[in-house]
Structure formats: structure tokens, C-alpha cells
Design a protein around this ligand. Sequence first.
Ligand code: UT7
Length: 320
Amino acid sequence: MTTKIIGTGHYVPERIVTNDDLAMIMDTSDEWIAERTGIRQRRIDTGEGVVSMALKASKNALENAGITADMLDMIIVATSTADDLFPNTASLVQRELGNHQCVCFDLSAACSGFLYALNTAHAYIKAGMAKTVLIIGSECLSKTMDWTDRSTSILFGDGAGAVIVTEAETGIESVVAHSDGRKGEVIICDGRPLENFLVKKNVTYAYTQMDGQEVFRFAVKTVPECIHELLDQAKIGVEDVDYFILHQANERIIRSVSKRLRVPLERFPMNLHNYGNTSAASIPILLDECNRNGLFVPGHKIVLSGFGAGLTWGAALLTW
Ligand code: UT7
């Protein structure tokens, strides 16, 4: 018995912000951003929030799976940009979906969040503790950006992706997940600072800070290693994999992974040119687009792989 994806959905805010739009508020250009990252535009939230985006992606996924919300045993939301500290995003999505029994929690693993959530759902299903789980990646990165920092803010976008998984005979074949906190400082966003009756501070908001080159080096090394580990576990080779759905951070990272694995770039679908890096939402958004475009057929072998702050990284192999 394993875990199968039976439905996918996504939602992105309506407001499109192009590279040329960004060049009007900072010293950058479409040429620089497109050449260094592959990104041409991103969606930016103008007031909707992480719960609302998660809910819309979830409704699409439920419809795609042909099931109703009352059939869910669990909702997991991967996010680092929740609207509130509590209640958690998953409970707020549950409230709107009208299922008032299932277990709901959020999971924080930055851009690897969706993969960690998929692993968690898989573990619950294998343990017989859940049958059908809604997994969502929903992020509003734009609120964590310093929009005067051209080296980081141009990369990210807002959006949500969701999948429904359930127990089945075929589906996930192997999973790997890793974390290494020693280099955590290369991508950080401080939380709410301590301020109480003992400690008085002038509270200021913190923004995402990143050492782009360190993150780049980390990604191009760990993603291929982790995919090899995953495929060795499943006793198959890269040539047996039909598609690699990687976290959509930078086209140059994906090109480098394709080269290191010696797999043609055509087997790496991409949508980062449209959405930028949507962190935990990037893999489920891409999965949904590929699913709805009819790219996957039953029996296809698909690798998912993500990396991000923590540092965290992981991969999953599934049969569609
Ligand atoms: O989910 C994980 C999220 N993080 C990532 O995926 C980040 C991975 N890293 C990257 O994608 C790349 O490192 C970046 C796209 C962030 C930066 O690309 P780079 O090729 O490493 O550029 P760089 O930082 O070496 O900067 C080269 C030059 C610098 O100018 P000087 O010092 O050579 O004069 C920067 O100041 O480009 C300049 N620069 C820009 N110029 C125009 C940096 N950002 C910009 C910009 N527009 N937006």
C-alpha cells in the first residue's frame, strides 16, 4: 500500500508584475533578470492572503480529484508566510471547506515545504492513520521582501498549489528528505521580535535576506545528489524517469541539474518564467499545470525535488 496523487489544483493572484514593472521601482532590467534567472514575470498579492489562495487551490484540487471535502482525513499546509501566527492556515482552510473533523496543521520547511508535507502525508497513510489528505503549498513571499534589494526581491512571487493524496496500490515509490542547519544563515527572514512588559523595543519588520550565490551552489550540488539517492533506493536509473518536477527557483539551477544528471532539459518542465519562485507552492503549481495539460499519463515515473531555507532539501519518486 502506498500514496497516490489523485487530484491537483492551483491558484495565483491576478496581478501580474513584469520585469519591466520592477525596473521602474529599482535599478534592474528585464534583460538582467531573464538572463540570470529565466523569470519574466510573477504574480503579486494585493490583499488576498495565504488562506484565500490556499482555499482556491484546494477547491480546484478537490474538483480535479472528483471528491468532496468531507472525505478528507487531514489537511497539511506548507507555508513560511502564514497570514496569522495562529490559528494555523490549515484550520482556516478547513473551516471554509466545511469539513470540521479532519486533522489540520501547518508545516514550515520553506521551499522544501511541499515535499516535506507530501512525505508526512505518506507516512500517516502508510501507518494507517489517514486515508485521504489535502496537501497545500501557499505563500505570500512579497510581504517578506525588501523591495529595494534587487538581488533577492526579483526572484519571488505569490501563489498556491494543492494536491489530494489517498492510499492506493501504486503511487509514491521512494522519498528522501534532508536538513542541515549549519548553513541556515544563507537564506533567512527573522520572525516577530520579542517585545513584552520586560523587554521594550521599537519593533521593526524583518525582510528576507539571501546569499544568492551560496544558495545557488547548495542547490546545484544537493539536488542531483538527492535525486541519485532517491533513484538508487527505488533501484531505477535517471533514464527511467519521464519527468523531473523541480522547485522553480532559477532556470540556471534547473539547467545545471539536467546537465549533472545527464538528462535532456525537455524532461524538466518549467513555469518559473511566469511565476518566479513561489517557495512551497512552486512544485504543486507546476504539477497542476502539467496534469491539466495532459503531460502525464498513467505509469509515468515522476521525480519531485525541492530545496530551500533551513537548509532543507528532498525528493520523491512516484508512478502517475
Ligand atoms: O528557493 C531558493 C531561493 N533562492 C535561490 O534560488 C537563489 C539562487 N541564486 C540565484 O538565483 C542567483 O545567485 C541570483 C539570481 C540571486 C544572482 O545571480 P548571480 O549570477 O549570482 O549574480 P551576482 O549576485 O553575482 O551579481 C552580479 C552582479 C552584481 O553587480 P557587480 O557587483 O558585479 O557590479 C550585482 O550587484 O549583478 C548585480 N545585480 C543586479 N543587477 C541588475 C544583482 N541583482 C541585480 C538585478 N538587476 N536584479
